[in-house]
Design a protein around this ligand. Sequence first.
Ligand code: ATP
Ligand code: MG
Length: 588
Amino acid sequence: MTLRMSTLFLRTLREDPVDAGLPSHRLLVRAGYIRRAAPGIYSWLPLGYQVLRNVEAIVRDEMEAMGAQEVHFPALLPREPYEASNRWTDYGDGIFRLKDRKGADYLLGPTHEEMFTLLVKDLYSSYKDFPLSLYQIQTKYRDEARPRAGLLRGREFVMKDSYSFDVSDEAFLISYDAHREAYIKMFDRLGLSYVIVAAMSGAMGGSASEEFLATAENGEDTYVRCTRCDYAANVEAVRVPAPEPLSWEGVPEAHAEPTPATPTIESLVDHLNDKFPRAGRPWTAADTLKNVIVTLVHPDGTRAPLAVGVPGDRDVDLKRLQAQVEPAQVEAFHEADFDAFPALVKGYIGPGALGEKGTSGIRYLLDPRVVPGTRWVTGANLDGSHVIDLVAERDFVADGFIEAADVRAGDECPRCGQALETARGIEMGHIFQLGRRFAEALDLRVLDEHGKLVTVTMGSYGVGVSRAVAAIVENAHDDLGIIWPREVSPADVHLVATGRDAEIYSSAERLSTELESAGVRVLYDDRDKVSPGVKFTDAELIGVPTIIVVGKGLSDGVVEVRDRSTGERENVAVDAVVAHVVRAVERA
Ligand code: ATP
Ligand code: MG
């Protein structure tokens, strides 16, 4: 099929849209692929919809190849199944809820574990029916707090979600691996550069999970990779290796000291080196224990403060903290909140005020590095005063540990101890070992070969289909526009006729017919009142991988073939160009 620019529903834009920061967002709008309808909600124009369907086709192909069967659920769902799994509450403000005319509660599906579980329960009852993998490609709805960057984080978006059902854990692992393999093939075909990392399970529950992250400096996710072994993890999932506890024999008693005007770690360290110099080595931020207070807002609306103690040379990473406390949401602890806890002295908060036994009673969790015997300088809960030689376990205990301190390049690999490196990525896919959480909540049990009822083991597997369109552009663009990998491109060839000569247009016309019969998808710029400059700019912006220019060279029997990705240009004889392009298409 040939798309003709003269009639194609398309307006390219010279200017970047004001609300768009990231290249994928700017370019997809400017090149006429998508239009914003509302925050985080986009309409697909003809070229964009073609790309979306190409991505879907690859995803569908690989799901079918691994033996999953396609179904399609409604997006408008009743409350009850989500009530049974507790997610009606756990999702909090994250889902769109609505009522029908009788006042019954509904939601727009954010993901469909419950519905798939119930469908299988409805129809299957014996181990003989398993293994089973089902999937759908569907529009999902999430009222994201921060819709961002166009398609990357939408409030309406397209997801492929699949679910595996098995009667034993061993069988489940086979289904999980099959999905993992299918994802590798899928993301290779999508032309993405990506990494597979250990991930948190979040609101899904379940035991283990992995993410496929498209490597991208604009990605929202940070991951670490070991410089020696094959450890790789989303920073949310990094488990800091806890050091061995230390003996506190001979450590002096804790002593509070005046440290006026030292509300920051930097001012404190300067003051310590000035007034309490230490033999051997100067004080550093790593000697201090920083206590950060946040508010947790639970799904039922209740609010509770949480104190997190981290070595003073590290910050609390809010994304890491958020991942640990889900489904609660982390909010800042405000001035008014301080008023409610007079035991807290801002800038000088110490363990004495924190924890079950502390004067404020605020729940207190420590970084895993704060093991028994470690020795700290920290707030004395008095304005302008800190405690020195405060020893964990000897002088204070907390209510537990939490992984919330930032993870940095150079930190120890939890597996082999070598240095980690960090990079950013866009989460493209997530594969979860759900275990029996949903099957138990919704009572999906079947008879095993001994006639005994067993709970089914499930996996859940997502791919961000609309997000992939944007992630591909993040991976493949230049200053001029998009550079599509061939399989997702809206066409194989962008055929540009330049000039006013009728001969040129009739040759281009003929060429487009020949290309089409050879199975090449053509986008033909047949506009006769548009300048060559504008046509070239549009072609570069739109990003079809091969551009053929039919123009002046025609009198010498040649057309120009341009490679959008490398910028290479070559003259090819008109009679040879179809075969030339077919070869390029087949190579991809
Ligand atoms: P994120 O951490 O980016 O919010 P998630 O953990 O909520 O993702 P899942 O619930 O696992 O994501 O959803 C499966 C896939 O759907 C994700 O891997 C991602 O590719 C895609 N996805 C999730 N939320 C969005 C969104 N708001 N817009 C576009 N795609 C999304
Ligand atoms: Mg999310």
